[in-house]
Design a protein around this ligand. Structure first.
Ligand SMILES: *[C@@H]1O[C@H](CO)[C@@H](O)[C@H](O)[C@H]1NC(C)=O
Ligand SMILES: *[C@@H]1O[C@H](CO)[C@@H](O)[C@H](O)[C@H]1NC(C)=O
Ligand SMILES: *[C@@H]1O[C@H](CO)[C@@H](O)[C@H](O)[C@H]1NC(C)=O
Ligand SMILES: *[C@@H]1O[C@H](CO)[C@@H](O)[C@H](O)[C@H]1NC(C)=O
Length: 293
C-alpha cells in the first residue's frame, strides 16, 4: 500500500514541471496555436502564422516578455515521395533529420516554449459572475485553469456554489474616518449597520430623514427636490460623494430606508437614480453626510 502511494507521489511529481514560487522569467505563455491549415503536408515548404497568449497576466506583476505572433514553416515532416526518390529535395528548408523516429526538415524545429517551472497553485482565470440557479437562493461561479496546457495543474476548485447572496455584506463608514475628508467638508453621520436580506440579496440603510438635529436634507433648485448627501467607498477604499433625492425637512426624528442591489459580477452593491445623475456603484462601505447645526 505504502509502495503504491509512493509511486503515485513520484508520478505526480514528474508529471508536473518544477515549482516556482513567484513569476517565471519572461512570464507564462500559452502554447503556439494556429487557426490556419498548412498549404503543404511535407518538406517545410509553406508558412503558417502562430499566436500565443500571456497566461500570467492573471498574476500580479508577472508580464510576459516576447512576441505574441510568429511565422513558422509548417508541414515540417520530410517528404518521402516524390522528393526522396525523385528529382526534388525531401526538404524545401534544411535537410532531413530524425526527430522522435520521424524524418523532419532539420532547420525547422518549431519554437515550442515550455514553462520553465509552474507558479505555485497554477494560474486561474478570473472567476465568472455569480449566476443564480432558477428561483433558488443558490449562486454558482466558475473559473478555468489557464496553466493546465503547460502541465501546471491548478490547486483549488473550478466551481464555487453559495447558498446565500454572493455580495460581501456592506458596512458603514464611521465618523472619524478620513477617507473622504479631501472631497467634502460635510461630516459623517454614524448610521447603524445596514440590514442585509440574504435571500432577496438586498441591503438597506436606515437614513436620518430630517434636519431635526443636523442638516441632512437640502433643497436642490436644479432638480426641484429635497436631496441628501452620501459618501461611499469601493473595495479599494476609493471615496465618492453624491447627492441623491429623498428625505424631508420638517418631520422631527424621521428615518427612511435606502436600498441597494447586489452586483453579482463584482460582489459589491449599487443603486442608481438616472434622472439625478447619480450612480452608486461598487459600494462596499457607506455613510450619510450632514452639516452640523
Ligand atoms: C501572417 O503574418 C504576416 C506578418 O505579420 C502577415 O503579413 C500575413 O498576412 C499573415 N498571414 C495570415 C494568413 O494571416
Ligand atoms: C419561480 O417562481 C415562480 C413563482 O413561484 C414560478 O412561477 C416560476 O416558474 C419559477 N421560475 C423558475 C425558473 O423556477
Ligand atoms: C417643484 O415640485 C413641486 C411638487 O413636486 C411642484 O408643485 C412645483 O411646481 C415644482 N416647481 C418647479 C419650478 O418645477
Ligand atoms: C457590476 O460590476 C462590474 C464589474 O466590476 C461593473 O463593470 C458593472 O458596471 C457593475 N454594474 C453595476 C450595475 O454596478
Amino acid at each position: 500500500m505504502l509502495k503504491q502511494l509512493l509511486l503515485f507521489v513520484f508520478l505526480l511529481q514528474i508529471s508536473n514541471a518544477a515549482d516556482c514560487p513567484i513569476c517565471p522569467r519572461g512570464g507564462i505563455w500559452s502554447e503556439w496555436t494556429s487557426n490556419g491549415v498548412c498549404a503543404t503536408t511535407c518538406g517545410a515548404c509553406s508558412n503558417l502564422n502562430y499566436t500565443r497568449t500571456c497566461l500570467s497576466d492573471g498574476l500580479k506583476n508577472c508580464p510576459c516578455v516576447g512576441s505574441t505572433t510568429i511565422t513558422q514553416p509548417c508541414g515540417t515532416q520530410a517528404c518521402n515521395y516524390p522528393r526522396t526518390n525523385g528529382p526534388g529535395a525531401p526538404c524545401c528548408i534544411g535537410t532531413p533529420k530524425i526527430v522522435n523516429n520521424w524524418y523532419h526538415c532539420a532547420s525547422t524545429s518549431q519554437t515550442t516554449p515550455t514553462a520553465p517551472c509552474c507558479p505555485t497553485g497554477g494560474v486561474w482565470s478570473d472567476w465568472s459572475s455569480w449566476v443564480q440557479n432558477g428561483n433558488l437562493t443558490e449562486y454558482t461561479r466558475t473559473r478555468n485553469c489557464l496553466s493546465g496546457g503547460f502541465s501546471c495543474a491548478c490547486v483549488g476548485e473550478s466551481e464555487e456554489t453559495k447558498f446565500e447572496c454572493p455580495c460581501t455584506p456592506m458596512r458603514t463608514i464611521y465618523a472619524g474616518s478620513t477617507a473622504c475628508a479631501h472631497l467634502t467638508s460635510k461630516l459623517i453621520h454614524n448610521v447603524r449597520e445596514p440590514y442585509m436580506d440574504k435571500a432577496l440579496c438586498r441591503t438597506y440603510y436606515a437614513m436620518e430623514a430630517t434636519d431635526f438635529r443636523n442638516d441632512f436634507a437640502f433643497y436642490s433648485a436644479k432638480y426641484n427636490a429635497t436631496m441628501s448627501t452620501a459618501a461611499w467607498l469601493d473595495k479599494a477604499g476609493r471615496c465618492t460623494i453624491g447627492n441623491f433625492p429623498g428625505s424631508y425637512t420638517n418631520t422631527n426624528g424621521a428615518y427612511w430606508r435606502l436600498g441597494f442591489k447586489c452586483n453579482t459580477t463584482s460582489g459589491a452593491w449599487y443603486n442608481t437614480w438616472p434622472a439625478y445623475d447619480i450612480d452608486m456603484k461598487e459600494v462596499a462601505l457607506f455613510a450619510q453626510l450632514y452639516t452640523p447645526k
